[in-house]
Write a new protein. Sequence first.
Length: 375
Amino acid sequence: LARYLGQRLPSAEREWVSQWVALYNNPRQIEQYQGDRKSHPYRGRMLGQAVRRLAIRDGLEALQEWQRIKKLYDFDAQEITRTEHYIIRNLVREPAQVAYDFIRQVDMGEAGELAHAARMRSALLREDWPQLKAWFDDLPESMRREAKWRYWLARATEGTGDFDRAKALYAEVAQERSYYGFMAADQINADYHLDHIETPVDPLVMAQIANIDAVERARELFYLERWTDARREWIDATRDMNPAQLKAAAKIAEQKGWHDRAIFTLARTGYWDDLELRFPLVHSTLVDENAARNGIDKAWIFAVMRQESAFMHNARSHAGAMGLMQLMPATARAVSRDLKRKPPRRSQLLDPEINILLGSAYLRQMKSELADSSI
């Protein structure tokens, strides 16, 4: 489009359009730019964009080019800020000292959260705890409230030797039900705060939802194991429900053992405190047996089933993975051979007993291959 529109410009302007398009397509051409180039109102934006596109490919190379051309040309403050913050985001994993020196000297000003997060991660990479603590104070208020950064503040405080303050900070974060809340609890050997609260449902609303014809049809199709038809009917029945009605529908699905519909329906309401509905311990006997047989944590098996299929035993992915633990048929056959079992038919992978048996054995193999004793 730029090329097409550029045809309507005067010849002098068309030259600039051609340069801009060329830099856009190959940002490394910026290396050819020297200080004797003519001036243009859009030159700074053109060169800044080229540096930012180069940063996507190579943050350190982009930094070097930026430091060179910044001395040769005039850039307005907005372009400098935009480009330098973007470079920071692409230097997060760069261990070179020159990268960290640059990150530390950039004026963050009104930087967005991505630039602030990149700066914090660069300090984490180096375990530069004093710097991380200083940068925490510069974070936007919304980021300072996040459990993630409060946890790293506690870790940095511990790293600088202030153990009492660190313990207090860990204790604050540990009050939250989140990944970093659990990490903080581990640091001080505290219990996790799960804060389970059952979904509040009005019995009258629940009775009304249960009597909807489409809900009854979905329930009967589920009992008849006509899974696809049942899901379609359920989706149609709940499409226009308000949050209170969706909560009631989720509880109905849970009571009938239709866990995937319960999970997905409740998720539409944004109610996250009903942990028993969201993370049911389905097939617990099979899980306990196979976890013990393979010497792995049963929570790992539950987590795979929850993430991969939401406990939908007849789940099939577009890639061909099947069942509760989303086993690929080729993987299931390979594991079966290792176990000296007859390779299963594809349809058998939808059987919870076979799927969990082979899936758990595969997890044990992965644990052994990766030598990760922490799992």
